[in-house]
Design a protein around this ligand. Structure first.
Ligand SMILES: [Zn+2]
Ligand SMILES: [Zn+2]
Length: 396
């Protein structure tokens, strides 16, 4: 049957190798995405997934610096130069990632215009295949009308949210507002205790943190996001969540319309009628060949947008979960450090570590039955799901 596939495609056996390579490539990409999203989970820490996560999240750069530092001549200067470049890129505010984002959006939109919208337009002018009805043609017109309206709208909305997240105040702590903020964010005595910021010289309210990149204290600090070159904090978290949502929707939508378009072209070319003579393996090879030979740009674009959609979806889910229980990314790390310390203590005292294991759970359980320095640990900022989202939309 394989020879039938090759005869249809006009390919020799080397083509089969290509299809297998593409399948391997897709599997590899899926593994990378999985590692980035879940590699930090404790259960996977000591597996190849955890190792891959650490490598992708900075280990590769340390390795490059290590190798450059050992070069026979200029090794030291190379290593120092790379570290200085790292400090310049990651340690100070700079628009590099913002420009990269705008480039990706502009390039992506250009490609979508040429290879998705124009292709759809050309397709609308074709007559339906013998097995398709006029309803099919109508659905095609509708799909095109939606794409023409939805695609630019999502891009513009994404850019507006990007600007809002990038340039709005994340909730900077100032001399004028620090007293009011201290009342709005009382100390919980677990993660936060009365403390002044050594740089800003201000009394720091609970949940705030000094961002070393921006050089300021930010209320309800979540994290510093290099893509928007800004902190994400109490006042712009809502824009950040919407930014993720819109880009997740955009990438998923583009994937779907490309797949729908290429799928129709596939059926136009291989009209097997009622029963396909191909087995599963042959069918997959045929589809891969068809996609990468006839629609290479669309195929690569689909892989990219699908990978991005999965990553954005995972990131969005993670942040929505944290928002629902009113914990910031910063607090999540603090909780994890306490839990780690506590488990080590318990294990030292004799194998009771498993009891402390469950209180935080994978993404943060807010109530604890385990005591930390004899205080029952509980997230006192949790006001229930609705209240928590309310406080993100209308911050204190
Ligand atoms: Zn500060
Ligand atoms: Zn910052």
């Amino acid at each position: 049957m394989l020879s039938y596939v090759w005869s249809v495609l006009g390919l020799d056996k080397e083509g089969g190798g290509l299809a297998l390579f593409l399948l391997g490539y897709l599997g590899f990409m899926a593994f990378i995405v999985f590692s980035v999203l879940f590699g930090e989970a404790e259960a996977l820490e000591k597996t190849v997934v955890g190792w891959c996560n650490r490598f992708l999240m900075g280990g590769w750069y340390d390795a490059v610096v290590g190798v450059a530092g050992r070069l026979p001549c200029l090794g030291k200067a190379c290593g120092a130069g790379l570290r200085a470049a790292e400090e310049e890129c990651c340690g100070t505010p700079n628009p590099f990632m913002q420009v990269l984002y705008l480039g990706l959006v502009a390039g992506g939109y250009h490609v979508a215009n040429i290879y998705v919208l124009s292709e759809q337009e050309a397709e609308a002018g074709l007559t339906p295949t013998s097995s398709a009805s006029w309803g099919w043609a109508l659905a095609l017109l509708l799909e095109r009308a939606v794409a023409v309206a939805l695609l630019p709208s999502l891009v513009v909305l994404g850019l507006v949210l990007f600007a809002l997240t990038s340039f709005s105040d994340p909730g900077t702590l100032t001399k004028q507002n620090c007293e009011a903020k201290a009342k709005a964010y009382p100390m919980d005595g677990v993660l936060y205790e009365e403390k002044d910021c050594g740089t800003c010289l201000l009394r720091r309210p609970a949940r705030s943190k000094h961002c070393s990149v921006c050089g300021r204290c930010v209320c309800r600090f979540d994290h510093h996001c290099p893509w928007v070159n800004n902190c994400v904090g109490e006042r712009n978290l809502k824009y950040f969540l919407l930014f993720l949502l819109v880009h997740f929707a955009l990438c998923s939508y583009v994937s779907c319309i490309i797949v729908a378009h290429v799928r129709r072209q596939y059926h136009r070319r291989f009209d097997f009628g009622q029963g396909s003579p191909l087995g599963w393996g042959e069918w997959i090879l045929l589809v891969l060949h068809f996609c990468f030979n006839s629609y290479p740009i669309q195929a690569v674009a689909t892989i990219m947008t699908t990978v991005l959609a999965i990553m954005l979806g995972g990131f969005l889910g993670y942040h929505l979960r944290l928002a629902a229980i009113n914990i910031t990314t910063n607090e999540m790390f603090k909780f994890e450090r306490i839990e780690c310390y506590e488990r080590a203590e318990l294990e030292k005292r004799g194998g009771a570590g498993a009891a402390a294991r469950t209180w935080l759970g994978w993404l943060g359980d807010t109530v604890s039955s385990v005591t930390h320095r004899n205080r029952v640990r509980r997230n006192m900022y949790d006001r229930g799901c609705l209240g928590n989202f309310g406080s993100i939309i209308f911050p204190a």
